[in-house]
Design a protein around this ligand. Structure first.
Ligand SMILES: Nc1ncnc2c1ncn2[C@@H]1O[C@H](COP(=O)(O)OP(=O)(O)O)[C@@H](O)[C@H]1O
Ligand SMILES: [Mg+2]
Length: 220
């Protein structure tokens, strides 16, 4: 079992989209996975209803500050991966989720303002590390990268590395048809009808995450 939280102090950076895509890709590889929907907006729960029998991802809706720790504890005894989708804020739920995490993913777009929010999110992770007196693995995930990306994303990568924030190598590009349709149709990239290019980047992201979790486990 591994607990992976998806955090950002900002909304709209692609957290929920990433959570759903990763979970569905993992389930299609035969993995057992649950998403705890700890965002009061309930977007994951809405997606789950829409997807119906098209996915094997389990979702626990309506997770709150008061229940999140019990849900994580219970879910991690039953699933290989527990993903926690959080609201775009620095709430108590966010701190609890980080505290329970084997890995924290911090999706970010690449504009200056977005990077400021990434720094803030990483600071929340670092404060939680200090409170717990343990290291918590965390990675920035560059998301919604414009198709003509190269210079923009390498500049952002340089800034993020300069702040000492580790990042995934894999990037999620801006692909409206692939990633936005999912919230209306339930079809994620990993689905047989999903977008092939998006599916490839989601699979690459997932395997990078699984490698990190493996390494963390061996180091523990
Ligand atoms: N890679 C992407 N390409 C295009 N649109 C995206 C991508 N990721 C997310 N979006 C869109 O951006 C908006 C915010 O994404 P969402 O996952 O809800 O962010 P968050 O959970 O961080 O608030 C949604 O409309 C979503 O469809
Ligand atoms: Mg969200």
């Amino acid at each position: 079992m591994a607990v992976v939280s998806i955090c950002s102090t900002k909304g709209g950076v692609g957290k929920t989209t990433l959570v759903i895509c990763l979970a569905d890709a993992f389930a299609r590889q035969g993995g057992s996975v649950v998403i705890l929907d700890a965002d009061p907006n309930g977007h994951v729960a809405a997606w789950r209803e829409m997807a119906g029998s098209e996915t094997k991802v389990d979702v626990i809706p309506g997770v709150t500050e008061g229940t999140i720790q019990a849900h994580i504890e219970e879910a991690s005894s039953r699933y290989s991966i527990v993903l926690v989708d959080l609201e775009g804020a620095a709430s108590q739920s966010v701190t609890y989720a980080i505290a329970w995490s084997d890995l924290v993913l911090m999706p970010t777009k690449t504009s200056g303002m977005d990077l400021q929010e990434l720094y803030r999110t990483y600071a929340v992770v670092q404060r939680t590390e200090k409170a717990l007196r343990r290291q918590i693995a965390a990675r920035a995930v560059f998301s919604q990268i414009p198709a003509l990306k190269n210079r923009v994303s390498s500049h952002a990568r340089g800034l993020v590395a300069g702040k000492g924030i580790p990042a995934l190598t894999t990037e999620i590009l801006h692909r409206p048809s692939a990633y936005q349709a999912m919230h209306f149709t339930g079809v994620t990239p990993a689905h047989p009808d999903g977008d092939a290019k998006a599916a490839q980047e989601v699979r690459a992201t997932l395997s990078e995450i699984l490698e990190i979790l493996d390494r963390e486990k061996q180091a523990a």
